[in-house]
Design a protein around this ligand. Structure first.
Ligand code: GRF
Length: 205
């Protein structure tokens, strides 16, 4: 069975949606561990309530480079059986850039959700970026992580209309609803081996 780790930094609503959906849809996935880089991440309590083990790998004040930190994460992953051969990692609001070494070790086994229609509006505060730019549509993207930020092969996208009176907050709320729908769906597709990757393109069977 696929061993899943979810990496979070805060609220954990995508993590919650994934964990609930795994149970509800009886996906062939073992939710092995939720890891946070912040000790006060709200999502940790939610994970515990849902009966999933949690770990904290504090990043604040960490002396060392990105790879040194990621090696600590990988040690935890391995302890929970989330290996490069039968593991799967979901980034769900994990506010850190992953090192290329980590990406290469878990090649095509790390997924991320981004609250915009990539490749538009990568980076941070992207709902504000979308409102400020004046786009008529935005949305969210589930993609595999590659060695750069927000650039990996796209798995699912959902479109959300931007209204004239939207603020970053109101748009973010509607996008989040879609995130909770497409992220668990992408996880299910991955677990069922339905995602074929060829270069930067994916094909869903
Ligand atoms: C989401 O909007 C996600 O797309 C972005 O960070 C936010 C995390 O929210 N990467 P949550 O912690 O899942 O509630």
């Amino acid at each position: 069975m696929l061993n899943l780790a979810i990496l979070i930094s805060g609220r954990g609503s995508n993590m919650e949606a994934i964990l609930k959906s795994i149970k509800k849809k009886k996906m062939p996935i073992n939710p092995a561990v939720v890891i946070s880089n912040k000790p006060d991440a709200k999502g940790l309590k939610i994970a515990e309530k849902l009966g999933v083990k949690t770990e904290i790998v504090i990043s604040k004040g960490f002396k060392g480079d990105r790879w040194d930190y990621d090696k600590k994460i990988i040690t935890v992953l391995k302890r929970y059986g989330v290996t490069p051969t039968n593991g799967f990692v979901c980034l769900a609001g994990f506010m850190r850039i992953i090192s290329p070494q980590f990406i290469r070790k878990y090649k095509n086994r790390i997924m991320n959700i981004h609250p915009a229609l990539l490749p538009a509006f990568s980076g941070l505060e992207v709902q504000k970026q979308a409102v400020d730019y004046g786009v008529k549509y935005s949305g969210c993207t589930v993609h595999l992580a590659d060695e750069r930020v927000d650039t990996g092969p796209i798995i699912i996208q959902a479109v959300v209309k931007v209204n004239d009176n939207d603020t970053a907050e109101t748009l973010a709320k509607r996008i989040l609803k879609q995130e909770h729908r497409i992220y668990p769906e992408a996880v299910r597709l991955f677990a069922k081996g339905k995602i074929k990757i060829s270069g930067r393109k994916t094909k869903i069977s």
